[in-house]
Design a protein around this ligand. Structure first.
Ligand SMILES: Cc1cc2nc3c(=O)[nH]c(=O)nc-3n(C[C@H](O)[C@H](O)[C@H](O)COP(=O)(O)OP(=O)(O)OC[C@H]3O[C@@H](n4cnc5c(N)ncnc54)[C@H](O)[C@@H]3O)c2cc1C
Length: 430
């Protein structure tokens, strides 16, 4: 099998890349995924929010912030066109102490810098919050209107169908096992076939660092996987709040968030996610983690991640997360700090957990933004984390316009479904 561009990973990012590349070029585009469906892993196992960009530092998370801003409008347009759920229900970000209030003030300024309008985002005191959401207790909160609930599994499937219609080929159940540079092309050996491709895009999510290392790209980086778990609330809680309620993260330098109160697009309520360190991007079960533990520990000890293993604050926060994984009461009690009426007994079923891979540099620090690294005949997208689903469409445009600047792809057509490629890329570059 031959292709001009092969994308490894049909999560929401790889599928969006397939969508735009197949619309704007006449090249042969192949998207492959080891899973039986597109968006099978993190892209379907998340909170389902289209996040407003007030949470993202416009300097340290520049690409994520820009993509979130543009992503909101793009998903809204696309959902309307396809008649898919896009519930503009907003979000409350609550502060419970002075430190949290300072963070909210920072978020207000980031929101403005990231392009939110004055009436999209307001700072409320505790009494105003009570009027809006009588069950919520806090000192202050941001209410952001521009936050929505969707189902990213459904959206990824629709994007795939459109990409197929414009000529992309999706090979599902196909795992890239080895990649060799054959001088004129790359040879990808999969569990089924051998693929010859002129160019490869690594959009393999939790496996992207491993794939990059296989091709001698960014050996200085490694990653740690965190499983975000959820508990489903009984139906009687469905009208407890109108919106989802997030609390300000106490340690934003680490990938540990406090679990949120989530209202999903279909009205179901959940508590989550926590962030439990695990040994594999697919470490949903104990057996998968035991299998991957020895090699992951060896990898961590021989990289910057070894420094994390001796960081006492990281270890203390991680043990709190492990405790919240073992004890439902510990997890639900974290939400009771701002939603006192929730009772752990009313949560009988776990929700669907999803796993993120956070990249660590050689100094043992978590890298805040996505990393785009070129290799020989390849491009690697690493650390593509939250709000990655929100920003997947514009981020894909951004990647392709970077490729165009380097002469790796030629844009032949501008129209992509309801969008103009050039207009989106200009907004992202501005
Ligand atoms: C708990 C949690 C909650 C989140 N909530 C939100 C949210 O509310 N809003 C938001 O915007 N973002 C959220 N995110 C982030 C968002 O879900 C991710 O950023 C996004 O899904 C990443 O998409 P992806 O395509 O890069 O990765 P993935 O969806 O992981 O896709 C990568 C694909 O690569 C495939 N693959 C890997 N290796 C190979 C190989 N060798 N051969 C073939 N295929 C391979 C995998 O099978 C996988 O399907 C959340 C993340 C987590 C973990």
């Amino acid at each position: 099998m031959k292709s001009d561009i092969t994308i490894i990973g049909a999560g929401i990012l790889g599928t969006s890349l397939g969508y735009f590349l197949s619309h704007i070029t006449s090249r042969k585009i192949l998207v492959l995924d080891q899973a039986p469906q597109v968006g099978f892993h993190t892209s379907s196992r998340n909170t389902g929010k289209v996040h407003a960009p007030f949470l993202y530092d416009p300097e340290k998370k520049r690409i994520f912030a820009k993509s979130a801003k543009v992503g909101f409008e793009m998903w809204e347009t696309y959902s309307k066109q396809k008649n898919l759920p896009f519930k503009k229900d907003g979000v409350l970000e609550v502060a419970l102490d002075e430190q949290g209030i300072k963070r909210l003030e920072k978020y207000m300024s980031w929101g403005e810098q990231n392009g939110l309008q004055k009436d999209d985002i307001i700072l409320l005191d505790g009494a105003d919050v009570k009027k809006q959401e009588p069950e919520v207790s806090c000192q202050k909160a941001i209410f952001c209107k521009k936050d929505a609930s969707v189902d990213y599994h459904i959206l990824t499937n629709h994007i795939m169908e459109d990409a197929k219609q414009s000529g992309a080929t999706f090979l599902l159940g196909t795992r890239a096992e080895s990649i060799q540079d054959k001088k004129d092309f790359l040879e990808i050996k999969t569990n089924h076939d051998t693929i010859q491709t002129n160019f490869l895009i690594n959009a393999a999510g939790g496996m992207s660092i491993d794939l990059a290392h296989q091709m001698n790209v960014r050996p200085d980086l490694t990653d740690i996987h965190f499983r975000g778990e959820y508990w489903q609330a009984e139906p009687e809680y469905q009208n407890l709040t109108k919106t989802s309620v997030y609390s300000v993260p106490k340690h934003p330098e680490y990938p540990f968030l406090d679990p949120h109160w989530i209202v999903r697009s279909d009205g179901r309520c959940e508590v989550g996610p926590n962030a439990v360190p695990v040994f594999s991007p697919y470490g949903y079960t104990i057996s998968e983690n035991i299998k991957e533990m020895p090699s992951k520990i060896l990898e961590m000890l021989s990289s910057g991640a070894s420094k994390i293993l001796f960081d006492s604050q990281f270890l203390s926060l991680a043990s709190g997360e492990i405790l919240s994984s073992i004890s439902k009461t510990v997890m639900i009690n974290r939400v009771r700090e701002f939603l006192p009426r929730v009772d752990p007994k009313k949560f009988k079923k776990r929700g669907t957990a999803g796993i993120r891979a956070s990249v660590i540099d050689k100094d043992g620090k978590f890298v805040p933004d996505a990393i785009i690294t070129p290799g020989e005949k390849s491009l690697h997208i690493l650390n593509y984390n939250s709000p990655g689903a929100t920003g997947a469409l514009p981020f894909a445009v951004y990647i392709i316009s970077q490729m165009e600047k380097k002469g790796l792809v030629k844009i032949e057509k501008d129209k992509c479904g309801p969008w103009s490629f050039e207009t989106i890329s200009e907004i992202l570059e501005s």
